[in-house]
Structure formats: C-alpha cells, structure tokens
Design a protein around this ligand. Structure first.
Ligand code: 6GU
Length: 265
C-alpha cells in the first residue's frame, strides 16, 4: 500500500516511523511519504492561508498549494519546489484516469465527516493508495476539495465528536488503524481476531504471572486448562463489558444466542 500525507507540520507525522508502522515501511509493505504543503507555494513567506470570504474568525487554507501537492502525488508533475524544478501554477492537470483504474482514496480529516471506525479501517486496508490531506486553521477552500473529487475517491472523515486543531493527529490515528490490518504488518495475525471492535464486542480482561499479586488472584478458570470453559468465560466478560460501557455496540449485534442474551440482561 502507498500512503501520502500532506501537512504544514510534516514533523508531526515522524512518529509513524516508530514501531510497527516503521517496520512495515522498512519491509516494503508500506510506502509512506509525508509532504510539506509549503513546498507547493512560491511566495517569499510560503503562504498557505488567507482570510475567509464573507468574513468570520480565523483563516482558510488556500486552494492552489493543495492542488499542486495533489498533482505532485498523482504524478501529474505541474508543481512543487521539492526537487522537480520550479513548477508552474497551471490549475488543471492532464487527468489520465482511465475507466477501470481505481482512483486513489483522498481522506480529508474533518469533524464534519462521518466517524471513522474499524469497519472503515478494514475497507481502507484493501486500498492501493491512500492520500491524507491534513488541514489546519478553519479548513481548506471548498473549491479544491470539489476539484479533488474528480481525481480521487474523496472521503471526509472524523475520528470522533470533539475538536482537534488540525488533521495531523486524526491522520495518524487512521493510518495506524489501517496499516496494522495490511497482511504481514502484525507478526501474529491471530492477535487481530480477538480484539475490541473486530466483531463488535469489547475485549475480555487479561492477566499474566504471578497468579497472585498483592492479594489479588487471577480468575481461577484461567488456570483450569479447560479451553471450552475459558472461551465461554471470556465471551461472557466481553458481553458484560460491552453491555456496561457500550450498549450502542451491543444494539448493533444481531447474532446473540440465548446464553449471550442472558449474560447481557
Ligand atoms: Cl478528523 N479533524 C479535526 N480537526 N477535528 C476533529 C477530527 C478531525 N475528528 C474529530 N475532531
């Protein structure tokens, strides 16, 4: 999978080089590129924002640097000061997207989008090319969003009902959730199957040695060696937890049997 990220704070994304995602990049499972939006400006101050038409508080990100960054990522090669000459300011690229070729997915983190979840992460993990456009200030000029929809499969995406200062952290959240689902990124694929949200239930509680710690015992059944009973106990704990803290998730489950229902009622 190829992932491009555009931001005015590319250093923010440096954390992605650590740990599992960094290893996936080293192993060639993930081709991750972070671009500085200011590389696609041509004035002395590398201006990326301006005041909003119609008035109001804050600043708006200008359309042209985004268009040039997207064209650079798509290989349309009209802009950018980062290595490919001085570029130009021609508005329209040449296109070149033929009918049956999948368009790259452009994710614009925004509290105005639908909320990202595990199902969406799974869907995105099958994509060939993801592009994340990290806006700052009050947002990005709507015209370049509309323009990008001709070249990309455009998705506004929120990560929850709260306000962040920009799309960088939200992009990192989504990139981590998606890239760990790429085959080979997680060493033991079995660890993916019993996770919270994988099947709509939260995780069961887990324990390790010692069996008694500060007068607290590990639940006895986990020491029993009875795998059937342990599996049932774990499912019951998942059902209890989900009913207690996320009844909304439970309401989405339609395959609970009689025993399951007795646990959550
Ligand atoms: Cl994706 N962006 C920003 N700026 N704030 C958010 C968000 C995204 N998701 C929730 N709040």
């Amino acid at each position: 999978m190829k992932i491009d990220v555009v931001s005015i704070f590319p250093e923010y994304l440096a954390g992605l080089k650590l740990s599992l995602i960094g290893k996936a990049v080293e192993q060639g499972l993930l081709d991750l590129n972070v671009h500085d939006l200011r590389d696609f400006t041509f004035d002395r101050h590398n201006t990326v924002d301006d005041s909003p038409y119609g008035g109001g508080a804050g600043m708006v990100m200008k359309a042209e640097p985004w268009a040039l960054a997207f064209e650079h990522i798509l290989g349309e090669g009209t802009g950018g000061t980062s290595g490919e000459g001085t570029g130009g300011t021609s508005g329209e690229g040449t296109g070149g997207t033929s009918g049956d070729v999948e368009k790259p997915i452009l994710i614009v983190p925004s509290p105005a989008g639908p909320v990202f979840n595990q199902r969406i992460a799974e869907d995105l993990s099958g994509a060939e090319h993801l592009v994340f456009a990290c806006g700052r200030y009050e947002g990005i000029d709507q015209r370049v969003i509309d323009w990008s929809a001709e070249r990309f499969d455009l998705r506004l995406m929120s990560i929850g009902d709260y306000v962040l200062n920009g799309g960088e952290v939200a992009s990192m959240v989504m990139i981590e959730a998606v890239s760990r689902l790429i085959p080979g990124v997680i060493g033991n694929p079995e660890s993916l199957t019993e996770e919270s949200h994988e099947d709509g239930l939260l995780e069961y509680p887990i324990y390790t040695k010692p069996a008694r710690w500060r007068d607290r015992d590990v639940p006895e059944i986990l020491l029993s060696g009875n795998h059937g009973a342990i599996a049932r106990w774990r499912r019951d704990r998942r059902l209890e937890r989900t009913a207690a803290v996320r009844p909304d998730l439970l309401a989405e489950l339609h395959d609970l049997d009689k025993h399951d229902r007795a646990v959550v009622e």
